[in-house]
Design a protein. Structure first.
Length: 458
């Protein structure tokens, strides 16, 4: 079986490693060349660290992997430090690692297992046979400056994995569009030279006071990179009435202008420009499986609506995809199987992803709607921040750090909550009833139909 992966980010390189390790013929096409930047908070929760451990990827602090103890949350003039919980299935530490180094090390790790990683290959479209099955991709070859050379190349494959991020030209070329009934976020970030670069905590700001003390929309973070700089950024959800109406870079400037001067988050200490990216949440591109094609990570909208975390889910989806492909390949090699049998087996990938995170993402979609309402957010912070035990539970829920087999109170409560809601669907969306198109559009823009009732459909 020949597998082609589009994109050498966390999802693509993780899948490539597992497949190559299993002896599968795998090629990865990456449109840029390493090292390259990606807009990200650079924060890895224990859920992401678990995937790094499963990969066997070394991550010593001497090589730029900075460990942290947990979350420091700030809101309403209060600050609370919450260590990462002790959960049997996860490590008790997080990491800060710039995507500049992280993605390159993942690609090198995939190559070490036998994967072929081709840089400066920009995929423009997926190819299909007469039956509609994806059979490969077409890529434009780029020069060292990232410009098209005018040359294209076709890459045939038995299976294609779209791991090309939020923009995913692979899926778009097949008519697989974003879903307006799912959450979307926008994040901006930059780096500052700062004495806070060696902070042992991932700091989350649940409120953003500006230079005049007035609260700004969104949530923010300050993550010490350990190299003399801090990653400082903010995000905003489309459940907020300000979404799409603001200059997010200016919001970041206003927020940092109100911070203590000794932190050094000033224009003269800024390293690089302020850059932004979309956060595709809650399975906002489906179906996750089409004959011959699997969507991984951001390409399938696998960013958590709870906390904007995408790297762990990207790497997990890659591991799941590899497991299904390896199994299908082994069955085919044993004889008696054809392409339709393999497709039937691979279709289980989407069901597995939905089983793993569907209910959690449904809760997250409701949460995203609620925090977009300032009155609700203010009441929640006023109630929760003074109660550490409650905030520890919230962190476990938001970071999805639970043990499915554990009998502890927090694990049981989270399991009950997830059992009470339908799992978010990741199959193809139903055709839109044009008679309700205006209503659907209005609901999508506001993410809820009232301030007191939240309804989330699967």
């Amino acid at each position: 079986m020949k597998v082609l992966i589009v994109g050498a980010g966390p999802a693509g390189s993780t899948a490539a490693y597992y497949l190559a390790k299993a002896g599968i013929d795998v090629t990865v096409l990456e449109k840029t060349s390493f090292p390259r930047e990606k807009v990200c908070g650079d924060g890895l929760t224990p859920r992401a660290v678990r995937e790094i451990q499963k990969l066997g990827l070394p991550h010593p602090e001497s090589d730029g992997w900075r460990r942290n103890k947990g979350l420091r949350l700030l809101a309403g003039g209060r600050s609370i430090e919450l260590p990462w919980p002790e959960v049997s299935d996860f490590p008790q530490y997080g990491l800060i690692r710039t995507r500049l180094g992280f993605d390159e090390e993942l690609a090198v790790h995939a190559r070490s297992a036998g994967a072929v990683v081709l840089e400066r290959h920009s995929v423009t479209e997926a190819m299909r046979n007469d039956d509609g099955r994806v059979t490969g991709v077409r890529a434009a070859l780029l020069d060292e400056s990232g410009r098209k050379t005018g040359e294209t190349r076709d890459f045939p494959a038995d299976v294609v994995l779209a791991a090309d991020g939020n923009s995913t030209r692979t899926a778009v070329s097949l008519g697989i569009r974003k879903r307006d009934d799912r959450p979307l976020g926008v994040a901006v970030r930059t780096y500052f030279t700062s004495p806070r670069h060696d902070d042992d905590w991932m700091e989350g700001w649940l409120e953003l006071p500006g230079r005049d003390g007035k609260l700004l929309p969104g949530y923010g973070w300050v993550f010490g990179v350990g190299d003399g700089t801090s990653n400082v950024g903010l995000g905003i959800l489309n459940s907020s009435k300000e979404f799409g109406k603001l200059d997010y870079k200016q919001v970041l400037r206003e927020w940092t202008a109100g911070m203590p001067s000794e932190w050094g988050f000033t224009p003269e200490n800024q390293v690089g420009e302020i850059r932004g990216a979309a956060l595709p949440m809650g399975f906002n591109r489906t179906p996750h499986y089409s004959p011959g094609l699997l969507l991984l990570g951001d390409a399938g909208g696998m960013v958590s609506p709870f906390n904007g975390e995408g790297i762990s889910y990207a790497m997990e989806s890659a591991r799941f995809a590899a497991e299904f492909i390896i199994d299908a390949s082994a069955r085919a090699a044993s004889g008696g199987w054809d392409a339709s049998d393999a497709d039937a087996r691979l279709a289980g990938y989407a069901d597995h992803v939905r089983d793993q995170w569907g209910s959690h993402f449904t809760l997250g979609r409701a949460f995203a709607t609620l925090i977009g309402k300032p009155a609700v957010m203010k009441l929640a912070l006023r109630t929760g921040m003074p109660i550490p035990v409650l905030m520890r539970f919230v962190v476990r829920l938001l970071a999805n750090l639970t043990d499915p087999a554990a009998k502890g109170f927090e694990d049981r409560v989270i399991r009950v909550l997830e059992s009470l809601v339908p799992a978010t669907s990741n199959s193809a969306p139903a055709p839109l009833d044009m008679s309700s198109a205006d209503t659907a559009s209005h609901s999508s823009a506001n993410s809820a139909d009232s301030a007191t009732k939240v309804r989330v459909n699967p």
